[in-house]
Every structure is written in structure tokens, then in C-alpha cells.
Design a binder for this molecule. Structure first.
Ligand code: GLN
Length: 314
């Protein structure tokens, strides 16, 4: 980098990548489907995009991985665009304090999922997107939305992952059927699950995810394209939900340690936003006991601390 000083962000990202390479405890890679089980646990990637578009990446930032539950942020955005606040008649906005695929809460709460980021809630959100569409069209809409947000038409669905999810997704089928019995879902359960499994199977790199998350970091608009994706109020509210519910029963811990709205997936990715400052994505496939990326959380904790980005102050 002759002729130019290394910025603080570049220095911090480089240090994080160097340190993460040698971390002995990397968590456990998700093993419920073979496609996730065989991902190299040594992978680590990070991408940070600041408000002015300045992009700093490190490690495996351009390697695509299964975004899994991170897709739930984007399906929520789409569903809110379709039905607005009517969505909240069938999905709550409270942290669940339960595992992402828990079924017990649904019985106590008449089939209404606690929030849009646990599996049951995301299935209900997918049902909203599916209404008045064929599954193929709904899925195309979700994928095109991701491509539009990241300004990258190469983003694809990993059909092997989707097929494996379908083959093994008995618990998600149970959640969907259970909600259906309460009249929470409008469409056939098979159709909803098909779309749900496929949007979880979208493959993206850290760089692509950080690009896609820019509108949430920048008050609803993407400063590079000038497109307003949602109103600032909606971006704020989606961020509030990511902060309180984005890491399942690890959400409190993530807020405590990192202090940024973020959403994790069992593929080991985390997308996070420092409002007004940066959109961030990290990836390390090993998970902690509640299913959040072990090193991803450590990396974000370091980044937020060093850059002074926690929404709660220094
Ligand atoms: N496809 C996964 C599932 O439904 C997503 C879960 C996750 O990423 N936490 O079980």
C-alpha cells in the first residue's frame, strides 16, 4: 500500500483475520445436513463497508457460504413491504429465549411465533411472501431482491443444500403444520416449506452480504445506488428486531458483547450493522452451543470495540 497510510479499519480487520486464523476453539460446524458438515472449519471471512462505500475485506471474504437464517432479515423486509404492519397480527416482536427451532412456545402462544427470526416466525413470514404467487415466483422474488441489494446477479441458491434441508426438515414441517392448525398460515405447508428451505439455501460471500445489508446501516437507502429500499423508520425497526432477536437465545449475549444489530445463520455467517457507519459480514462455520458463529461473534466484538461502533457507546 505504498503512498497511502493504512487506515485504522484496515489495521483492525487485518489483526482480526490474523488472530482468528490461530484460534483453537472454533465451535462445531452444523452437521444436520452433509453440505454444511463438510465445510472447512478453518474458514474465516470478514467484509466491512463504510457509509462512503469504502470497503475493507479479509480472509475468505469472497467465498460463498450458506446464508441460512440470515435470509430471514430479507424475507422480513419483503413481507413488510407487502402487508406493512398487518404482519404483526401473526408474528410477534419479542425475543424468544428459546432455541431457533423450538416448538413449545407455539403451543402456549396459540401458534403465534415470538418473532420473525426464529424458524416458526420466518415460516410465517415466508407464507406472506408466497400469498398470491406460485412457490417458484415467490422464490424468484426473494432471490432477485438479494441480487438487487448486493448489486450482483451472480448470487444463487445452492439446490443441494435446499434438497437436503427438505429431506431432513421434519422439525420445520412440525412447526409449520402446528401453525397451520391455528390458522396462522394461508398457503399449503409444502409450498411454504419449499420456499423457506430454498431461501435459507442462498449462497453468498461476506462481501455480497455486507453489500446487501447496506440499506439497514444507512437508514433505509443504499448510498452507492441511491435507491431507497425502505423508509428510515422501517430500517430502524428491523435493526431493533435484529438486536433483540437476531441470535435466538444468544441475543442478549450478542448485544452485551458486540452491541450491534446482527443476524446469524447456522452456516456460520453473521450480518451486522453499525447504523450510520458500516455494514458488516463475518463468516466462520463453527458454531457455539446456541447455533451462532463462535469466531464470528468474537470478531464482531473486537471490531465494534476497536472502532467504537457499539450502539451503546464506547
Ligand atoms: N435452515 C435452517 C433451519 O431451518 C436455518 C436455521 C438457522 O440458520 N438457524 O433449521
Amino acid at each position: 500500500m505504498a503512498g497511502r497510510d493504512v487506515t485504522k479499519l484496515e489495521k483492525v480487520v487485518k489483526e482480526i483475520v490474523d488472530d482468528m486464523r490461530h484460534m483453537p476453539d472454533r465451535g462445531m460446524v452444523a452437521a444436520y445436513i452433509p453440505e454444511l458438515a463438510r465445510v472447512n472449519p478453518k474458514s474465516f471471512g470478514i467484509a466491512v463497508i463504510e457509509s462512503d462505500g469504502n470497503t475493507v475485506v479479509g480472509g475468505d471474504a469472497d467465498v460463498p457460504f450458506s446464508i441460512q437464517s440470515i435470509s430471514k432479515v430479507f424475507t422480513l423486509t419483503l413481507a413488510l413491504g407487502k402487508v406493512g404492519n398487518r404482519l404483526w397480527a401473526r408474528v410477534g416482536r419479542e425475543p424468544s429465549g428459546s432455541p431457533f427451532n423450538s416448538i413449545v412456545q407455539l403451543e402456549r402462544e396459540q401458534g403465534i411465533p415470538r418473532n420473525p427470526f426464529i424458524n416458526a416466525g420466518a415460516i410465517a413470514v415466508t407464507d406472506v411472501i408466497l400469498s398470491s404467487h406460485l412457490p417458484r415466483e415467490a422464490l424468484g422474488e426473494i432471490l432477485r431482491f438479494m441480487q438487487f441489494l448486493a448489486d450482483d446477479s451472480s448470487i444463487m441458491i445452492d439446490h443441494e443444500v435446499a434438497a437436503s434441508e427438505h429431506r431432513t426438515g421434519f422439525r420445520n414441517a412440525a412447526l409449520a403444520n402446528y401453525m397451520k392448525s391455528f390458522g396462522i398460515l394461508d398457503n399449503p405447508v409444502d409450498f411454504i416449506l419449499g420456499v423457506y428451505f430454498h431461501h435459507c439455501a442462498i449462497a453468498m460471500s461476506c462481501r455480497q452480504l455486507a453489500l446487501a445489508g447496506r440499506f439497514l446501516a444507512q437508514f433505509g437507502s443504499n448510498p452507492s445506488t441511491g435507491y431507497a429500499v425502505v423508509q428510515p423508520e422501517r430500517a430502524r425497526r428491523i435493526n431493533a428486531l435484529m438486536l433483540t432477536c437476531g441470535h435466538y437465545d444468544g441475543s442478549g449475549e450478542f448485544a452485551y458483547r458486540v452491541g450491534l444489530p446482527g443476524k446469524s445463520g447456522v452456516g456460520g455467517g453473521i450480518m451486522a450493522v453499525a447504523p450510520g457507519k458500516a455494514s458488516i459480514a463475518v463468516w466462520s462455520p463453527g458454531l457455539d452451543a446456541v447455533g451462532n458463529s463462535q469466531l464470528g461473534q468474537i470478531a464482531l466484538e473486537r471490531l465494534a470495540k476497536e472502532m467504537g461502533w457499539s450502539i451503546f457507546g464506547a
